[in-house]
Design a protein around this ligand. Structure first.
Ligand SMILES: *Cc1c(COP(=O)(O)O)cnc(C)c1O
Length: 349
């Protein structure tokens, strides 16, 4: 079966007709030229490090990303966190009160929030009991107004990755967009879908500097997709959505490859330590497999254990109200010292 995916059929009409907003700096991009006098953007001319508008296309950050992952600049869009990137995807492709998207709970809450905010119907298809997408049910929910399927892999809050066969099936058989949220990919064994970008025109991958890269505070989200998809998102993004301080800090950090690798390795090591200890605690009923920097556990009484931990000065995430997550708690992996403290406290409960 041939996938009849055609991006032109998916874009909202009003977005299709738009030209990208052109900034003063889009029209004259040669930032490096010496002795240029910039009198084009009504900035304050007195230098203080951030008196100029930032590069609207974040050329330097994208350059580093193109060398880290074999993609070209026109396949990258950056946003104020992945949350902005996800919102742009909704607004480019989903017509309010007409279109729908498919999400797979229990999963990241922002997909549902953004669907609601953009007046898009959110068709929820629960994951299976081993937290994999239920393909038949998903295909049954699809109609001519289904624009996007959101896959979070590794999934938050369950921690597991979706099987490659399941993801491939959806990429091949769904004629809308498949967004794979890879916020936790750096902690995973499985490789990123980035290498498959050229195989699937309907594939969008989102990543972030908020987790493994340790930059949650600067808000930098990354979207990788075909040049066609990226050019549509570029039309609607706020011109200066990634500020100058964020761009500089991201550049510095992306250069610290060894340090980042070391931190990820330590986090993964601490995760494995916890995975050996948690199943032996008597109030822990189940420890779920994880490829992320957190672990989901099922306990005897989530509310009780959650409050006990708070009383001991440890805050975790209570997921008991999420579908399939009754009495489940989500624990982020901290430093070795924090982990020791956590284990000590857990053993006392
Ligand atoms: C934490 C997280 C993100 C990150 O969002 P940012 O806005 O980039 O900080 C994205 N997706 C999932 C599933 C997450 O858990």
């Amino acid at each position: 079966m041939e996938n009849k995916f055609n991006i032109i059929n998916l874009v909202r009409d009003n977005v299709m007709r738009m030209k990208p907003y052109s900034t003063a700096r889009d029209e004259f991009e040669d930032f490096d030229m010496a002795d240029i006098i910039y009198l084009d953007a009504n900035e304050n001319p007195y230098e203080n490090g951030v008196n100029r508008y930032p590069d609207p296309q974040q050329g330097n950050v994208k350059s580093v990303l193109t060398t880290l992952n074999k993609v070209s600049k026109n396949q990258i869009l950056l946003g104020n966190g992945s949350d902005e990137v996800l919102d742009l995807i909704f607004r480019a492709f989903c017509e309010p009160k007409v279109d729908n998207v498919i999400t797979l709970p229990p999963t990241y809450g922002m997909y549902g929030v953004l669907a609601n905010l953009n007046a898009i119907e959110n068709r929820e298809v629960l994951l299976s009991s081993d937290f994999q997408p239920k393909l038949e049910q998903i295909m049954r929910e699809i109609d001519s107004n289904t624009k996007i399927i959101f896959l979070c892999s590794p999934n938050n809050p369950t921690g597991n990755s979706f099987s490659q066969e399941n993801v491939r099936y959806l990429l091949k058989n769904f004629e809308g967009l498949v967004v794979i949220d890879e916020a936790y990919i750096d902690f995973a064994e499985k490789e990123s879908w980035l290498n498959k970008l050229s195989d699937y025109p309907n594939l969008i991958i989102t990543q972030t500097l908020s987790k493994a890269y340790g930059l949650a505070g600067i808000r930098l989200g990354i979207c990788y997709a075909s040049a066609d998809v990226i050019s549509i998102l570029n039309k609607i993004k706020p011109p200066y959505n990634v500020n100058e301080l964020t761009q500089r800090r991201a550049l510095d950090r992306l250069g610290e490859t060894e340090k980042i690798k070391f931190e990820i390795a330590s986090i993964v090591r601490q995760r494995e330590v916890l995975l050996t200890i948690l199943p032996n605690l008597k109030f822990v009923k189940k420890t779920y497999p994880t490829e992320a920097n957190f672990i989901l556990i099922k306990v005897d009484d989530a509310n009780k254990r959650y409050n006990e931990l708070i009383a001991k000065g440890i805050v975790i995430r209570n997921r008991t109200t999420q579908p399939l997550c009754e009495n489940c708690l989500r624990l982020t992996i901290g430093t070795e010292e924090e982990n020791k403290k956590l284990i000590e406290v857990l053993k006392q409960l």
